[in-house]
Design a protein around this ligand. Structure first.
Ligand SMILES: Nc1ncnc2c1ncn2[C@@H]1O[C@H](COP(=O)(O)OP(=O)(O)OP(=O)(O)O)[C@@H](O)[C@H]1O
Length: 351
């Protein structure tokens, strides 16, 4: 649906050129919810605005629905943009227009007649849950409701793609959840491709199918959300995930590991001890993996710390265990875990 090829974006800042995007290649499939996450200044807004050419990239191709938008003339571009709706962090509603008239604005601008507008906008306000507030003004509704108007307005031209630029950043957690649920609903019911940018992993976790991590104008990691959560590769990804799934073990756990290691040296001198972080998802979450290891490899396992969570309908979890036994058996146990789809990371700490 969307193909970004070799995108760079250089701004002329007061202190010289700023390279906001440094070579982005990205493919977004039709019908998916694709999240782009990064810290402040990473280039998220620049990137999402390239997709509808609100920002014309310095170099590269922006292919949406098979057409390279950078090659279109103004009239063709206006036409192409109708297929790409956008919602904004600060809603961008017109205060002098009612909820209905805000949602209807793109249709008025396109010259649609009044009756057709009513026919189009009324069900949209139903869809976003605002039919009863159609005559209110922006100052008379809540932030979450304003964003619902923003979503209705974005959907008015029946786009194929919906871009969301930090659409929930100004909202409290509960309202955020309800707006993300609405985005998920329009994705499913209308078959819309949704691209959302955010600085919060919680947003990615709740709605995205796939995620790309952007850092200093480059995509440094991407994949299925579940895979990225369970096997983050880059430090930046780990630190973003840390917000909802702490990556560091608590000090008390590390102290306990030190104690176990010292005990092992006196009680079983030939044995080795390893602190392992195990991450698992989907099917492997339901297998009795640990008891199997103890039985088949004769290793001892102490469970030190653990979390289980859900991404959309899939379970994933993370466990910290202290495994001890003969070095060969330990190695066999780790291989067995990996073969069973569990990501195993050995953590070394100072004893
Ligand atoms: N119009 C502009 N002129 C000059 N520099 C800009 C302009 N817009 C953005 N930048 C710079 O480009 C870089 C990327 O900015 P961008 O807004 O895309 O990042 P972001 O990830 O969306 O950040 P935030 O989450 O803080 O909005 C930053 O260094 C920013 O200062």
């Amino acid at each position: 649906m969307i193909d970004l090829r070799g995108i760079t974006q250089t701004y002329q800042g007061p202190q010289g050129p700023v390279e906001a995007l440094r070579g982005i290649d990205l493919t977004i499939q039709p019908g998916e919810v694709f999240g782009i996450i990064g810290k402040s200044g990473a280039g998220k807004s620049s990137l999402v605005r390239v997709i509808n050419l609100l920002n014309r990239p310095t170099t590269g191709q922006v292919i949406v629905g098979g057409r390279d938008l950078t090659q279109l003339n103004d009239a063709q571009l206006r036409e192409a943009r109708r297929e790409i709706g956008m919602v904004f962090q600060h809603f961008n509603l017109l205060s002098s227009r009612t909820v209905f008239d805000n949602a209807a604005l793109p249709l008025e601008l396109a010259g649609m007649d009044k009756a057709a507008i009513r026919e189009r906008v009324t069900p949209l306000l139903e869809l976003v849950g605002l039919a009863h507030l159609a005559d209110r003004y922006p100052a008379q509704i809540s932030g979450g409701q304003k964003q619902r108007v923003g979503i209705a307005r974005a959907l008015a031209s029946r786009p194929k793609v919906l871009l969301s630029d930090e659409a929930t950043s100004a909202l409290d957690p509960e309202t955020t959840r309800s707006i993300l649920d609405l985005l998920r609903q329009v994705n499913r019911e209308l078959g819309l491709t949704v691209v959302l940018i955010t600085h919060q992993m919680q947003v990615i976790k709740q709605v995205a199918d796939r995620v790309a991590v952007i850092e200093a104008g480059r995509i440094v990691e991407q994949g299925r959300v579940l895979d990225v959560f369970t096997r983050p590769q880059q430090a930046i990804t780990k630190s973003l995930i840390d917000e909802i799934l702490p990556q560091e073990l608590p000090v008390s756990v590390l102290d306990h590991v030190r104690k176990l290691t010292r005990q092992l040296a006196t009680t079983a001198p030939g044995h080795a001890g390893r602190l392992l972080r195990l991450s698992y998802s989907g099917d492997s979450a339901y297998q009795p993996i640990l008891s199997q290891l103890i039985r088949e490899f004769g290793v001892d396992m102490s469970i030190l710390h653990g979390q289980v969570d859900e991404i959309q309908d899939e379970t994933f979890g993370s466990l910290a265990v202290y495994a001890s036994g003969e070095p060969l058996q330990l190695r066999g146990a780790v291989e067995h875990l990996r073969a069973g789809g569990v990501a195993v990371q050995e953590v070394t700490i100072e004893i």
